[in-house]
Design a protein. Structure first.
Lengths: 302, 302
């Protein structure tokens, strides 16, 4: 009575392993089959046991699967799509979890065989940890998953994938890939780029030691280090594959920062106070709709 | 047997009220006396009851106090110092909790009467909440407090203030005010400025609605909104009073960001991967010394 007979997941990191955990929780698939290109990751995934079987080759993993989800860094999609295409079952859904969608359609689309339903997807969920040990069943609970169906796709397949993500715990939205990439550029990609940058700047200062930065990090800096601890390969691929949208929002960020810099230089207290007041409302709205905790300091214990 | 007979705290927000809670926990003062310029805050402070007495005027609050701590926004220090100076007891310690130290010495120093020990201090602790209800006894536990004693000060008074902050739960460091201001510019002031800026940028975009930014904020953006929800008056005063150090580290941040922007534009995956790998180590070091939690997503529940 599962939603799918066989679910195949390619790439067994934080997201791939979490999809397994969450699918198993609600029995969304009869057979859960996994593959990872890394020998060691496959061994660890077998030991953890979140899948029914971990295959040593891509073809066996996707063979006869009703749902195939790409969970590798997006830079690997093209090669994976090319390799699995001949082995995909007619009527199967091919999806993914990548943080960019336009590039995924560009890279995967050409390899999708007739009769296979290609529906790109992106769960807005994650942590700063990576690897098969990092996954857990509740990762998607209450988070949004965005589907970006391609033109001419099968509405029934889209509905089925939507139900799958709801089964994993998510709320589901639909939008076109281009808009997704712009929305995520401001809500995710720019924040990560800025976090990586400021941690790099702090690291490179000569007049303040790294030891001082680390000791006194509870004054704000530590928050940025969490994002800046995210998986380097995944994030490299995001920036290589969402260049235009990232550069667009970065341009806006830079304009605003120049203005703010001028306010600091000129001692313009009114401009500073005005901005610092406006930004409070957004935090409240995020907490109000349950996308963050109301507890001070994120409720952390140390 | 308390460390001080009377402790007077001017300004009953997050930090002032937390000092009271923490001082009471270890009985560091026999009489805890508070004052706030805001009528409503005084009423609420009385209702909460963290002090023995809330005064309606500055003079009565500091009268006969052995320790006076300024906990108002730093922009108010000069006026407060001028008003309390005639009422300070000989031998008293006058300290503060401001996020900048050079400007505090500039503003308060000239009013300190002979025989009063002026020792600026800064606890590296806080939350995004403000007001007398926001304080709690454990805020300073395991966090650093930095003292920036002025030249020619009394070493015994410095030792006593150090013991006081240790009694509140802090670890204590000493440094000169100028270095403090540079260290905090990178660990605290720049992170807040950047957080305020990015939240402002997201708010002002036309192509992405505020509703979308809020809904999909769990992908990174929400972390910045916490810092950007901090008290506007406090932060206005920080930027007005640590201009040079903030502009110096902001200059470095901008240089690094230009380089990163170029790497994105040129599709330089190696440069991106290299930076994203280096920054992970700093996160690990912060968690290792207990200045942040190791739990994924700061251990938050939503």
């Amino acid at each position: 009575m599962s939603m799918f007979n066989k679910i195949a997941i390619i790439g067994l990191g934080l997201i791939g392993s979490s999809v397994f955990h969450a699918a198993r929780r609600r029995q969304l698939g009869t057979e859960l089959a996994g593959y990872d290109i890394n020998d060691d990751v496959r061994l660890r995934a077998k030991a953890i046991g979140f899948a029914n079987i971990i295959h040593d080759d891509l073809a066996s993993c996707v063979q006869n699967a009703d749902l195939v989800i790409l969970c590798t860094p997006v830079g690997a999609y093209k090669s994976v799509a090319e390799q699995i295409a001949p082995h995909l079952k007619k009527g199967a859904i091919l999806s993914d979890v990548g943080s960019v969608k336009g590039a995924v359609i560009r890279d995967v689309g050409p390899f999708v065989p007739a009769g296979v339903h290609f529906i790109p997807a992106h769960p807005i969920a994650g942590t700063e940890f990576s690897g098969p040990e990092a996954g857990f069943a509740t990762l998607f609970d209450g988070r949004w998953a965005i589907l970006t169906p391609v033109a001419g796709g099968d509405p029934a397949a889209v509905e089925k994938l939507k139900s799958f993500w709801q089964g994993l715990g998510s709320k589901v939205d639909m939008m076109d890939a281009g808009h997704h990439d712009l929305v995520l550029a401001i809500t995710s990609h720019l924040p990560h780029l800025i976090a990586y940058n400021i941690v790099g700047t702090a690291h490179d200062l000569e007049k303040v030691t790294e030891g001082e930065v680390i000791k006194y990090s509870a004054s704000g800096f530590r928050d940025f280090t969490r994002l800046a601890a995210s998986d380097p390969t995944m994030w490299r691929d995001v920036f290589l594959n969402n260049r235009e949208a990232v550069l667009e929002v970065l341009g806006r960020f830079n304009e605003d920062l120049s203005q703010l810099q001028r306010a600091v230089r000129n001692g313009d207290g009114e401009a500073l106070f005005d901005l610092f007041t406006r930004t409070r409302a957004i935090r409240r709205a995020i907490v109000d709709i349950g996308q963050d905790t109301a507890a001070p300091n994120f409720g952390r214990k140390s």
